[in-house]
Write a protein that binds this ligand. Structure first.
Ligand code: ADP
Length: 182
């Protein structure tokens, strides 16, 4: 699914984010920037040890924040590492922290001249965020950023299962009805 928001294209696809050719890909990291399982492990495996070395120099990244490294052996020139919240009960500020993870990733991207960026579904794996709620927050935050900033030129959500893709597609259709701007 592809939509246009001004001059920006927003795309939802099924795929493996490590194969993306956008300027940057986003990693769902942990606050120690230590690598791990899920998409984090896949990115470090595909990108090689240089990315982890850079992460070690940076140190930590608080939940809801983002840092940038090079892309090592990946096609993407940069990896933006962001830390989504661990889902507890939905009343512990998870929504604000998840929105912040997307917003800070986009801010650091624009600051670094990145014109195209790919996101995974942050926090919806090991961190347990219910995907329907997470998709709503992810898309609303990204669409509002694009409307506000007119950048970047391309944002792709790379979903790892058909079900995840369908949830994001439905959330985007709902959001378009509400916003009526796209
Ligand atoms: P978190 O700890 O933030 O929940 P996970 O890596 O456990 O992060 O999961 C986040 C999402 O990333 C999940 O939907 C998972 O299926 C997905 N994922 C795992 N590997 C990849 C990959 N190679 N490309 C894209 N998405 C992936």
């Amino acid at each position: 699914m592809d939509i246009k928001i001004g001059k920006t294209t927003l795309t939802l696809i099924l795929g493996d984010i490590t194969l993306e050719e956008t300027d940057a890909i986003v990693n769902a990291a942990n606050s120690m920037l230590a690598g791990g399982g899920g998409v984090d492990g896949a990115i470090h495996r595909a990108g090689g040890p240089k990315i982890l070395e850079e992460c070690r120099k940076i140190g930590r990244c608080p939940t809801g924040s983002a840092v940038i490294t090079t892309g090592g052996n990946l096609k993407a020139k940069n990896v933006i590492h962001t830390v989504g919240p661990i889902y507890r009960d939905g009343n512990s500020g998870e929504d604000g922290l998840l929105a912040s993870a997307y917003r800070k990733s986009l801010e650091i991207a624009v600051k670094n001249g990145i014109r195209s960026i790919s996101f995974p579904s942050i926090s919806t794996g090991a961190y347990g965020y219910p995907i329907k709620e997470a998709a709503k927050i992810a898309l609303k935050t990204v669409v509002e950023f694009i409307i506000d900033q007119g950048k970047p030129e391309l944002v792709r959500f790379v979903l790892f299962s058909g079900r995840d893709l369908r949830v994001y597609e439905e959330a985007l259709r709902d959001l378009m009805k509400i916003k009526g701007v796209i």
